[in-house]
Design a protein around this ligand. Structure first.
Ligand code: MG
Length: 285
């Protein structure tokens, strides 16, 4: 059996990391606006709330397509707010932010987000001793002991995956492979797309599709249905992957109800077959 697993939010608890990335963006904006960091952070939370009022329209928009919805992942908050600011320049709060961001030499708020995201993520890993979830070692060793292949496929850099697994004494080998920079977010063009549980999801994701076609997993697990599970669900529906492929959503306290409620839909209408509260569920497949 082969399990293809996402990394961030599955093998890590990303709440602290997401908070650090949001704080870094607010800190940079505060410096540009000449206001207290806490005030900028509070305004940021207000902007984030606005995006969450309509999660089907907000989130991560690389290459001009909505690739993942804002209510699915705390790590998407900063990008969603950046884009929201760029499109709401007429609102007083946003206007003040944008004026300062532009005066600071950034054409768009999204550019400042893109500039601050990577360094903030690296700083958090170095300074806060960001680690895998406590059960990670037992689960990875348990899978290997059963001869189950685990392929970690992540948008994060391979080097990040390698160093965080190595910190738990888990090294790459035939039963643990690490594939970073997977670009699951990369949408080539507008078609195909399909509506799942009332939201339109883009499915032309050739980078992830190529990895899935090569790996042919029996199980895919991820914490963001649009990024991690939509492509394998589509490939299952059109026969490119087996009909017995299982799609697991790693649940968490802020999981999107749009995603978790899909388990009640018919197999061809859903991106999520089961919600797994912990990666420990992989040991009982
Ligand atoms: Mg993830």
């Amino acid at each position: 059996m082969r399990i293809l697993s996402d990394f961030d939010g599955v093998w890590t608890d990303q709440r602290g990391e997401a908070a650090a990335i949001q704080a870094a963006f607010a800190r940079e904006a505060a410096a540009l606006m000449g206001v207290e960091e806490e005030r900028a952070a509070e305004e940021f939370r207000g902007f984030h709330e606005r995006t969450l009022e309509d999660p089907a329209s907000h989130g991560w928009w690389p290459r001009g397509y909505l690739s993942a919805f804002v209510d699915e992942d705390e790590l998407l908050a900063t990008g969603a707010v950046g884009r929201w600011l760029d499109h709401h320049a007429d609102l007083p709060g946003a206007e003040r932010w944008l004026t300062a961001i532009r005066a600071g030499g950034h054409e768009r708020a999204e550019d400042l987000v893109n500039q601050s995201f990577g360094p903030a993520m690296r700083a958090y890993r170095d300074e806060a001793e960001h680690r895998l979830v406590p059960e990670a070692r037992e689960v990875a060793q348990g899978l290997a002991g059963r001869g189950i292949e685990l392929v970690i496929v992540s948008n994060s850099p391979t080097e990040k995956l390698r160093s965080m697994f190595a910190a738990e004494g888990l090294d790459e080998g035939p039963l643990l492979r690490l594939v970073g920079d997977a670009r699951k977010w990369w949408i080539e063009g507008p078609e195909p797309r399909r509506t799942f549980n009332g939201r339109e999801v883009h499915l032309d994701r050739p980078r992830y599709r190529e990895i899935l076609g090569r790996e042919r997993p029996d199980v895919v697990i991820g914490d963001v249905a649009s990024l991690d599970l939509a492509t394998p669900a589509f490939m299952r529906a059109n026969g490119e992957l087996g009909a017995d492929l299982r799609l697991l959503l790693k649940g968490h306290e802020k999981a999107s109800p749009w995603a978790t409620s899909q388990v009640d839909l018919a197999p061809e209408e859903r991106l999520v077959d089961e919600v797994a509260p912990s990666i420990s569920a992989l040991l009982t497949l």
